[in-house]
Design a protein around this ligand. Structure first.
Ligand code: IDP
Ligand code: MG
Length: 181
């Protein structure tokens, strides 16, 4: 009898934990008036960076302000300076591109401000907010259009996928790796 009581308590306890998790992780999804369904949901992360040109230009404060206004939570933030070797690791995917030397020299030319950001759909929404890679082709009011100088010195970085955000997030904030995956 004692065992079955303990079993019952364990089952009820487990059910409560599952219900609590579901409340935190499930949200309604579906058009207004349409058939809404519950889907599993966890906030997404992205790695954002104020590049050396924008730090030098005094735009860090405006970029952070806009970041919060647009609903991103700043999970972690630091100002640091990449060595040339670190810039080469960070941009390793571009190592065979003609602009690799200019890019890595630029990225190690002065301090950067890196931010780990969280929001629903963080990767895509940050990319939309910063705009196209080349500031002259970026939409009005995007960060790159506002603050970018040219195709290399384009003011801001943003991860291009959730998988990249995890790699880049752990590059700058290795202590937070467990909260990213
Ligand atoms: P992204 O930053 O928009 O993701 P990527 O293609 O990943 O763009 O390129 C990384 C960075 O390399 C760019 O942000 C920019 O600083 C630089 N870059 C990209 N394409 C060119 C180019 O054609 N000429 C010079 N620099 C470039
Ligand atoms: Mg990229």
């Amino acid at each position: 009898m004692a065992i079955s009581t303990r079993f019952l308590v364990a089952v009820v306890g487990a059910a409560l934990v599952v219900t609590l998790l579901a409340t935190l992780l499930l949200r309604e999804e579906g058009a207004a008036g349409g058939s809404a369904k519950k889907v599993w949901h966890a906030k997404e992360f992205t790695l954002a960076m104020v590049k050396p040109d924008a730090v030098r230009g005094g735009h860090t404060g405006a970029i952070i302000d806009r970041t919060e206004t647009e609903g991103f939570e700043i999970v972690a933030l630091k100002k640091t300076r990449l060595t040339l070797a670190q810039a080469k690791v960070f941009y390793a995917e571009h190592k065979d591109r003609p602009f690799f030397t200019a890019l890595t020299e630029f990225m190690s030319s002065g301090p950067v401000v890196v931010m780990l950001l969280s929001k629903d759909d963080a990767v895509a929404s940050w990319r939309a907010l910063i705009g196209a890679t080349n500031p002259t082709r970026a939409a009005e009011q995007t960060m790159r259009r506002l603050y970018g100088l040219d195709g290399t010195q384009n003011a801001v970085h943003g991860s291009d996928a959730v998988a990249s955000a995890i790699v880049e997030g752990s590059f700058f904030f290795p202590e937070l790796l467990s909260s990213l995956v």
